[in-house]
Design a protein around this ligand. Structure first.
Ligand code: FAQ
Length: 318
């Protein structure tokens, strides 16, 4: 497959490109790069950007219902950060030649993917706490690794994103501790949220390495610095003990650290469900895209005004 996608590339330029990556140099937008490197980066950064703006929605619905003023302020700031991350990522993807308009259009028309996990509903405040702590934790494990990757603009965006995500993680952890050490009803709410999100969370890191379509080439070119399975294992290693410490349980009897392999054993989530969800048929896909579509339509006049700075507008009286 590798030889197939690279057959039209200049072998000398390709060898120099790969040597630069091997030496740990960053590839910048004006540098030569193979077409498939560009295409893969656009795909991955664009999906990441979409995940951030769509990811703002399940938590966003809790801003008005957050328990108390401090939580409301913190959640509002977090959601705003996630949208800001999307802006950084869209800018990084634009350096590779795809316009932001095209990316947004591909998102709202269902052509581009975004993270599976944001297609599930946040029924209770505890769901929002789960996202802020554990989904952000998963994003951090992935992003810290990839910030050491090969494409300069993506790595720089990730570095900045990770700093902000570190605050989200503390906020989320605080929220979960509060619930887990609260009343019986709060503990029950938190436990039920964990049970609901466990499988989508395992899926969040992508399909198992043996069936992952893009891992091989992305790791060869240091776009992905950890495989899907390794990222999942790292997250399990860091967060399962912390969840257990709070006397919360995880809905998988098979889950344990295997002392022989040094890895976590767990029940595989339903990968058919994963495929359905990422291809548009999850519990909230339609709702999520409808929100983005409305935002796009309502904001059109602003974008048009910005693109024609010399045009004169009449200020409406009402
Ligand atoms: N969801 O060959 P692989 C966040 C697709 S940011 C949906 O293994 P790859 C912040 C994949 O695109 C979260 N689709 O793919 C936040 C491919 O489909 P395609 C997002 C998925 O690229 C927190 C097919 O399956 N983070 O959460 C998923 O090598 C809280 C085959 O898979 C990033 O995007 C999935 N989970 O590895 C915001 C990080 N997994 O395109 C708000 C950057 C796989 O061929 C609140 N991305 N697919 O049609 C990556 O690191 C990689 O793209 C992976 C997937 C690891 C996600």
């Amino acid at each position: 497959m590798r030889t197939d996608v690279l057959k039209d590339e200049d072998p000398v330029k390709l060898a120099e490109f790969e040597a630069r990556i091997e030496r740990g140099e960053k590839i910048e937008p004006t540098d030569w790069m193979p077409a498939i490197y560009r295409k893969q980066l656009i795909r991955m950064i664009e999906q990441h950007a979409h995940s951030e703006i769509i990811g703002a929605l399940p938590e966003g619905t809790w801003i008005t219902r957050a328990p108390g003023f401090k939580r409301k302020l913190a959640l509002m700031a977090k959601v705003q950060d996630e949208v800001g991350h999307a802006q950084l990522l869209y800018s990084a993807a634009e350096t590779l030649g795809k316009s932001r308009e095209q990316m947004i259009s591909d998102l709202i028309n269902g052509k581009s993917k975004y993270s599976n996990i944001f297609n599930y509903p946040a029924f209770t405040w505890a769901d929002s706490c789960f996202i802020s702590w554990l989904v952000d934790a998963g994003a951090i494990v992935n992003q810290v690794a990839n910030s050491r990757g090969s494409y300069g603009p993506y790595c720089r965006a990730l570095e900045r994103i990770c700093v902000e995500e570190a605050f989200h993680l503390k906020y989320g952890h605080h929220c979960v501790i509060h619930m887990a050490t609260g009343t019986d009803i709060q503990r029950k709410m938190m436990q039920e949220a964990i049970n609901r999100w466990w499988k989508p969370m395992l899926m969040f890191f992508g399909p198992p390495d043996k069936i992952s379509a893009h891992t091989e080439i992305l790791m060869k070119w240091k776009v992905k610095m950890l495989s899907n399975d390794d990222t999942r294992q790292q997250w399990l290693d860091m967060y399962v003990p912390k969840i257990w410490e709070l006397d919360l349980t995880l809905p998988d009897e098979k889950l344990r650290k295997n002392q022989d392999t040094g890895k976590w054993d767990y029940t595989e989530p339903d990968w058919d469900e994963f495929k359905r969800v990422i291809n548009g048929d999850g519990p909230c896909n339609k709702e999520r895209l409808a929100v983005r579509r409305t935002a796009e339509e309502r904001g059109r006049w602003v974008r048009e005004a910005l693109s024609r700075p010399k045009a004169e507008y009449t200020i409406p009286l009402a």
